[in-house]
Design a protein around this ligand. Structure first.
Ligand SMILES: Nc1ncnc2c1ncn2[C@@H]1O[C@H](COP(=O)(O)OP(=O)(O)OP(=O)(O)O)[C@@H](O)[C@H]1O
Length: 533
């Protein structure tokens, strides 16, 4: 495969060739996101030492891998991206006297907006919203303070959560997945409550606040992500996924903005609204799913596995492993690896970059329109990962090119055939991961009731979803109160260490679990076939 084709394909490079303005190395700095702190030392070091000094340095490390020629060429050509978080609204330079007044005005407007967006009713005594973090298609997220403890939290508001079956199912999936999970690499849900709205209920999920997400980390700093951090984040992502995949739960929307990162480098997976228990035979909502994947907002397209793009009959936890490959690649090359902007564009991108899928995969595509996108007589070569993953911006061939086990790892993640794609267990045992990720002991299992609850979600009608969601919110409110009482008990001396969620999630023995899951799957299958006839 010709590398130039790959580079031309990328929207940013297309823009550059058409004469987009380019930014010089130190322009556009000053985004006050935390990743600057995280990488401060490296950056200072980088600024202090000239390229020549770095080349002459006897230590073979991060800086040594830059050649002066590379630095000159790459940074002139590439405009550093703005961070994903808040826009920088402060005015610099021209009107210093008015700046303060303008900022005060903006602050007032922002405060008004957040009070309007987060009318917490009963919970207003418990949480005080401070600033907006993000507003998306389905919900808005703000930073808040829990007034009793002064803890900082993030509150996600799912607007009109009960208005449609899809929204209700998305909300219920997130609630049911997160409420009994306590894992170092999965976002912590602290509380749930709801308020009335004209179309039913708005649901609020209160989580521990994380300072940043991986998107901000990748693009919010001028320097490429250090190899140390790439490996640190990759290792934690795989650990979080192992916990889910062993329980047959697929996240299905992994992307850098759903990987939250704290100042100490802890990564937690978030955004579980399309997560699914994948080990049952329910096909009841295939049409709804199909429609969702064809219309879902474009930001997640670059991470979407071929079985979702081609709408193949089965998909499972393998979709997440494809996304892991995309995220790993993005951390290395500091660009989306497969940056399609429409479903068709994404499919074409895959075909051009990775070659054609094997014939047996093409044969499984039910939709003629999709199948017609794959030209019959054209090139079918395999992807040249050496070139794709080579980061010309960092002039750094150590991460990928230098190691064939890295290339092998990437190849195994980007298998078109989901059944041949590397599993999470094999990924963790892969020589590349063994080489770069600190080994950890075995981890605890996902509580049985999470699997059970997730399985049920897929089988509910809109009305049932609303009822169950209301029940879940109510019981979560009660268990939050229990946790709250428990926390106070522990503070006042009782320190057995078990939380109310631990007590609620005591698991039956493994054989009993398997039997219960099988019984439920049979029940679902029976109710489906009786509703068809
Ligand atoms: N606990 C948290 N701490 C800090 N920020 C958070 C937290 N949870 C979510 N966010 C921020 O809000 C954004 C959206 O969160 P989330 O993915 O849960 O919402 P969403 O509506 O599913 O969005 P999307 O559809 O883009 O995935 C995240 O990318 C992150 O920046």
């Amino acid at each position: 495969m010709n590398v130039n084709n790959i580079q031309k394909l990328h929207p940013k490079n297309r823009g550059y060739q058409k004469g987009h303005p380019v930014r010089k190395r130190n322009e556009g700095k000053g985004n006050d996101c935390y990743c600057e702190n995280l990488f401060q030392d490296k950056e200072k070091d980088h600024i202090m030492s000239s390229p020549q000094e770095k080349q002459q340095s006897p230590v073979g490390g991060y800086h040594n891998r830059y050649s002066p020629r590379m630095i000159g060429r790459s940074f002139e050509a590439v405009a550093p991206r703005r961070p994903y978080g808040e826009a920088n609204l402060s005015i610099q330079g021209s009107m210093p006297a008015k700046k303060e007044r303008f900022n005060r005005l903006l602050d007032g407007l922002k405060k008004g907006q957040i009070q309007h967006d987060f009318k917490l009713e009963r919970a207003a005594k418990t949480y005080e919203p401070i600033r907006s973090i993000r507003s998306g298609a389905f919900g808005i997220v703000c930073e808040a303070v829990e007034t009793s403890s002064d803890d900082k939290v993030a509150i996600k508001k799912v607007i009109h959560a009960s208005a449609t079956a899809t929204l209700a199912r998305r909300t219920l999936r997130e609630i049911r997945l997160l409420r009994y999970i306590d894992h170092p690499n999965i976002v912590t849900l602290r509380d749930i409550f709801s308020t009335q709205c004209p179309l039913g209920i708005d649901v609020f999920l209160v989580m521990d606040l994380m300072q940043n997400n991986l998107h901000q980390i990748i693009y919010g700093n001028e320097e490429p992500l250090d190899e140390y951090y790439i490996n640190l984040f990759l290792g934690q992502l795989l650990r979080g996924l192992e916990f889910l995949h062993v329980a047959s739960i697929a996240h299905r929307d992994l992307k850098p903005s759903n990987l939250l990162i704290n100042q100490d480098g802890t990564l937690r997976i978030a955004g579980f609204d399309v997560a699914k228990y994948t080990d049952n035979s329910s096909k009841k909502h295939d049409d709804e799913e199909h429609c969702y994947y064809m219309t879902q907002h474009v930001a997640t397209l670059p991470y979407r596995a071929p079985e979702l793009l081609f709408v193949l009959p089965e998909h499972s936890t393998a979709v997440d492993m494809w996304a892991v490959g995309c995220i790993f690649g993005e951390m290395v090359i500091r660009n989306e690896l497969l940056p399609g902007r429409s479903v068709q564009g994404q499919i074409k991108m895959l075909l051009t970059m990775l070659g054609h899928p094997p014939q047996h995969v093409i044969n499984q595509i039910r939709c003629n329109q999709t199948r017609n996108l794959i030209p019959v007589n054209e090139r079918k070569t395999n992807a040249e990962w050496d070139f794709i993953m080579y980061c010309r911006f960092r002039g750094d061939d150590q991460i990928v090119r230098g190691h064939c086990d890295t290339i092998d790892f990437v190849k195994q993640l980007f298998q078109y055939d989901a059944t041949k794609r590397i599993s999470i267990q094999d990924a963790l045992a892969h020589p590349f991961i063994q080489r770069v990720v600190e080994p950890q002991g075995s981890q605890k299992q996902c509580p049985f009731r999470v699997k059970k609850d997730m399985m049920q979600v897929e089988d509910l009608s809109h009305q049932e979803l609303i009822e169950i969601m209301k029940q879940d919110v109510k019981s979560a409110e009660n268990s939050y109160e229990m946790r709250y009482i428990r926390k106070n008990e522990m503070r006042s001396g009782d320190s057995t260490g078990s939380t109310s969620s631990d007590r609620l999630s005591a698991d039956p023995p493994m054989e009993q679990q398997e039997k219960m899951m099988k019984d439920m799957a049979t029940q679902i299958a029976t109710s489906e076939s009786s509703s068809v006839h």
